[in-house]
Design a protein around this ligand. Structure first.
Ligand code: NAP
Length: 281
């Protein structure tokens, strides 16, 4: 028996489990496609309902894998995709969203993000997001790779306060956001989506983490995800193309790190003592 995955509430009141699924690099290799679809489906079966993708990933190929995975079960998934900054003009955003909807084979995204800041003014992108919301093509919009100063600039543009999420690099080895961005977002009820929660796999071989994980009869991936579960206002989105590893990641939600465990993790992966510029991948 599993503990239920804790949930987080988006600004519009929708609740989503704090462990979702990433899709970067899916769809890039034909041989792996069936496993990737099965992995996402296994994750959905286990309650990891938020699926994160982007038009950039494999130039639409990851979105098509997501489409395969949710065929006949759109209602089980909370779908997130992203517009590339180079497409994020007013008309470019509308067109990019249509392409993503076609790739996935759905008529509405649950959340649509600006992948990172580019040359188009935020006013234009936000106006397009609001238009998509009015048209019923997206339910909410947000941003990615925005630091505190970007969030403040966004808050000052018309409708900028409607931002529903900020997706950023956050894991045990990269805790800079804990100093300022995470508290800023928490204070405004804007969830942080932690991307690369396993540091793109690098954390898996960390000797200290392996040592701590052994004490829990767990894997290093599981402790890295269990750590993020202890942070309020955070959803993590590990990517795996294996149904077995999707199950392993789901099982991480049954791990309850104690204050002592967290202190040990702090010793090996110190929290930030001052502001650092937001790291990006
Ligand atoms: P990640 O989730 O930190 O790590 C993925 C790597 O870990 C893959 O190599 C995967 O391999 C492996 N893995 C996953 N679960 C495992 C387990 N239980 N045991 C052993 N290995 C495991 O890295 P990520 O893909 O960079 O980040 C996650 C998602 O965040 C992305 O897929 C994407 O959706 C999003 N993202 C967003 C941005 C942005 O700019 N907004 C940037 C980066 C990522 P297998 O597939 O072989 O299991």
């Amino acid at each position: 028996m599993h503990d239920p995955i804790p949930t987080i509430t988006f600004p519009d009141g929708r609740k989503v489990p704090v462990l979702g699924q990433g899709t970067w690099r899916m769809g890039e290799n034909r041989a792996g496609a069936a496993d990737e679809v099965r992995s996402l489906q296994a994750g959905l079966d286990l309650g990891m309902t938020l699926i994160d993708t982007a038009e950039m990933y494999g130039d639409g190929a990851a979105e098509r894998i997501v489409g395969e995975a949710i065929k006949g079960r759109r209602g089980d998934a909370f779908l997130v995709s992203k517009v590339l900054p180079s497409n994020a003009s007013r008309t470019g955003t509308l067109a990019a969203c249509e392409r993503s909807l076609r790739n996935i084979g759905t008529d509405c995204l649950d959340l649509y993000l600006l992948h990172w800041r580019g040359g188009h003014p935020l006013t234009e992108t936000v106006a397009a997001f609001e238009e998509l919301k009015q048209a019923g093509k997206i339910r909410a919009w947000g941003v990615s790779n925005f630091d505190v100063d970007d969030m403040e600039e966004l808050a000052a543009v018309p409708d900028g306060g409607n931002v529903a999420a900020n997706q950023v690099l956050y894991n045990l080895a990269r805790r800079g956001v804990e100093f300022d961005l995470l508290p800023w977002c928490r204070g405004r009820g804007v969830p942080i989506m932690a991307y690369s929660p396993l540091d793109e796999g690098r954390l898996l071989n960390d000797a200290d983490l392996i040592h701590i994980a052994k004490a829990h009869q767990a894997t290093s991936a599981q402790v890295a995800l269990a750590f993020l579960k202890t942070r309020s206002g955070v959803i993590s989105i590990p990517k795996t193309g294996s149904a077995g590893r999707a199950r392993e990641n789901r099982d991480a939600m049954d791990i309850h790190l104690t204050a002592e465990n967290l202190a040990e993790l702090d010793r090996h992966f110190p929290p930030p003592k001052r502001k650092t510029r937001l790291e990006v991948i």
